[in-house]
Design a protein around this ligand. Structure first.
Ligand SMILES: Nc1ncnc2c1ncn2[C@@H]1O[C@H](COP(=O)(O)OP(=O)(O)OP(=O)(O)O)[C@@H](O)[C@H]1O
Ligand SMILES: [Mg+2]
Length: 279
């Protein structure tokens, strides 16, 4: 049995998964935590939590691939890969048939076109401003005094969604406050906010050929309101795995398992695993 891990150190949250190839490829543990200021520590804590969950020692994990913006800070990682590659790999594993990935993370959003084997064909990225990201939604939630978990479900109850003129984080705050002052309901304001971000995300994704199946990844995929708003503007359903936020880490773990497999073949990676691996 081969055991490998993927650690996705995102700008906002760090995700780690441990996978094994015991009777098919399985996720055996997952951990999620805020990245915070100490990126290296977040990576270690996420990995250690996974090991504990799976009742493993860190030495039992044969290969670790790091990804995400903090990937070079993962001291215990064996190698690093880009988020784009890992999201594509993870999405085509968890959501077979994926041809387009829309990743909405804490600080950037990306769209990726992928081929039949999960390979990256093209991608576009919005990393210059917070519009269309988790941070934008978190700001909106804060201005309204509503928890992040609640904004999505509330936005689905909008009857007359307001028009949000700007998706600039700085200006949206005053937009929201003036709508609140006019007595608009929280649901209608959130409906407007979600639609505005969905339109912005679609215009980013349109720079690629948007082919079905479309899979949404990243922490914002946990927001049912954002999933719904995007589906409305795109005009079709997306695939959303319960592990959507872990998809980058899953892709990294799959690459790690492959590396371990190659090393098994050549017998060069960690003799202990190479001999006990059940050839
Ligand atoms: N339960 C939830 N409901 C709504 N939104 C959520 C929830 N959990 C996380 N999020 C959103 O997901 C974001 C984090 O997503 P993710 O982990 O994909 O980001 P990241 O990988 O750290 O960022 P990036 O890819 O931009 O570097 C948070 O900013 C938050 O807004
Ligand atoms: Mg990310």
């Amino acid at each position: 049995m081969r055991i490998a891990a993927g650690v996705d150190v995102g700008s906002t949250q760090t995700k780690a998964v441990i996978m094994s190839d015991n009777g098919g490829l399985n996720i055996v543990a997952r951990a999620l935590m805020d990245t915070g200021a100490n990126v290296q520590r977040a990576a270690e804590r996420a990995f250690d939590t996974c090991c504990q969950q799976a009742d493993l020692h860190s030495g039992d994990v044969g290969f670790v691939v790091g990804t995400g913006y903090g990937r070079y800070k993962i001291a215990f990682g064996n190698t690093q890969m880009t988020e784009i590659t890992c999201h594509a790999k993870g999405a085509s594993f968890l959501c077979p048939g994926t041809r387009t990935v829309i990743d909405m993370g804490g600080q950037d959003s990306k769209a990726i076109s992928i081929g039949a084997d999960g390979e990256v064909l093209d991608f576009v990225m919005n990393d210059k401003c917070a519009a269309g990201t988790g941070r934008f939604l978190a700001n909106a939630a804060e201005v309204m005094g509503i928890s992040l978990d609640e904004i999505g479900p509330l936005s689905l109850q909008a009857k007359h969604p307001v028009k949000i003129a700007t998706v600039c984080t700085v200006f949206v705050e005053s937009d929201i406050l003036s709508y609140l002052a006019q007595g608009k309901s929280g649901e209608d304001i959130l409906g407007g906010v979600h639609t505005a971000i969905a339109k912005r995300t679609l215009s980013l994704a349109r720079r690629l050929n948007i082919e079905p199946e479309i899979t949404m990844t990243g922490g914002v995929a946990r927001n049912v309101g954002m999933v719904h708003a995007l589906e409305e503007v795109i005009g079709r359903k997306m695939l959303v795995s319960p592990d959507a936020q872990f998809i980058g880490a899953v892709g990294a773990a799959l690459f790690a398992l492959e590396k371990l497999g190659q090393s098994f073949e050549f017998g060069i990676w960690r003799g202990d695993h190479a001999t006990s691996g059940g050839h």
